[in-house]
Design a binder for this molecule. Structure first.
Ligand code: C2E
Ligand code: MG
Ligand code: MG
Ligand code: MG
Length: 292
């Protein structure tokens, strides 16, 4: 009797798992279709130099303009494909769109850098550098220095020798690198010494509570110190208020990104936003600076 139950349970579990696999398979097929049918969009979130009150560039963030569900964020669909080769097609599309956008912004904003998030599987595929070269070659008028690749700190250390080689090869071409969500991975000094990343991007989880939480503040000062010691650029993400920015400035971090500056927006809204952007007074900008 027990044996029979066991079997039944096994079958039940099996069927459930089977169902789930089928669903995932269908979802992946739908995501592929979305890419092919032009339902993917890039939104852009500004990065600013708080000391200079200047826009330095934009991070490209993927959105799915779903015909029934509206705008779907990347965390709702990228996890379903990030361990399949589909993530490579999506990533190549994002890179190509970023180049297209750089070309569109060249007239007015020739100094902006676009940052693109690249998944570990894509970055680690054998021909990543060749694929990147091919994409860049289609835009001979756009300097590769205007493209930055963000990879998760946690992904960068998976195969550090390979990641190091790929980074160096890309940097040879002119493309720069940021370690995204920095502080949430291993952040070991020996990894950082071996990884030639240009920029450390402080994870938003530390920024959020930095004004109340001494430990988060300590992590942030440590990362800023690390960046200085290793001669890397440092940027903070998740800057939700001018006060967060001011605290970061005091600690020596001049670059910031976050809802307090701007939310990610469609490409068509970026120019108008940039034209009207004025950095807050608390960073030493704004119209009336009598208090200085
Ligand atoms: P990320 O690269 O760390 O990007 C930051 C995320 O935080 C974005 O979410 C952004 O909208 C959000 N964010 C920005 N400022 C603030 C803030 O002040 N407060 C809060 N609470 N959130 C803020 P999003 O667009 O949903 O993207 C989530 C993650 O998905 C990204 O994290 C990135 O890892 C991944 N992702 C986005 N686009 C792509 C892509 O094209 N390719 C790949 N492989 N991954 C992508
Ligand atoms: Mg990012
Ligand atoms: Mg991040
Ligand atoms: Mg993140």
């Amino acid at each position: 009797q027990a044996k029979l139950n066991g079997r039944n349970q096994f079958h039940l579990f099996d069927a459930e798992q089977d169902q789930q696999l089928r669903t995932h398979h269908n979802q992946r097929a739908r995501i592929r279709q979305a890419l092919q049918q032009g339902e993917m969009r890039l939104y852009f979130q500004p990065k600013v130099n708080m000391r200079q009150g200047r826009i330095t560039g934009m991070e490209a963030l993927l959105r799915w303009q779903h015909p029934e569900q509206g705008i779907v964020g990347p965390l709702h669909f990228l996890p379903l494909i990030e361990h399949t080769d589909l993530i490579i097609d999506v990533g190549d599309w994002v890179l190509q769109q970023a180049m297209e956008q750089l070309r569109a912004w060249t007239g007015l904003h020739a100094d902006w850098v676009i940052s693109v998030n690249i998944a570990a599987r894509h970055f680690q595929c054998k021909d990543f550098v060749e694929r990147l070269r091919t994409i860049l070659a289609a835009y001979p008028d756009i300097a590769p220095e205007r493209l930055e690749i963000e990879i998760l700190e946690s992904a960068a250390i998976q195969d550090i020798q390979h990641v190091r080689d790929v980074m160096l090869a890309c940097q040879q071409i002119g493309v720069s690198f940021a370690l995204d969500d920095f502080g949430t991975g291993y952040s070991s000094l020996s990894y950082l010494k071996r990884l030639p990343a240009d920029t450390l991007k402080i994870d938003q989880s530390f920024v959020r509570d930095m004004l109340e939480d001494k430990d988060d503040l300590a992590v942030i000062s440590a990362v800023i110190g690390l960046a200085r010691a290793f001669n890397r650029v440092v940027i903070a993400e998740g800057v939700e208020t001018p006060e967060h920015g001011a605290a970061l400035l005091r600690l020596g971090c001049e670059l910031a990104q976050g809802y307090g500056i701007a939310r990610p927006m469609p490409a068509g809204q970026v120019e108008a936003w940039a034209d009207s952007y004025v950095a807050p007074q608390i960073w030493g900008h704004g119209k009336d600076l009598e208090w200085e």
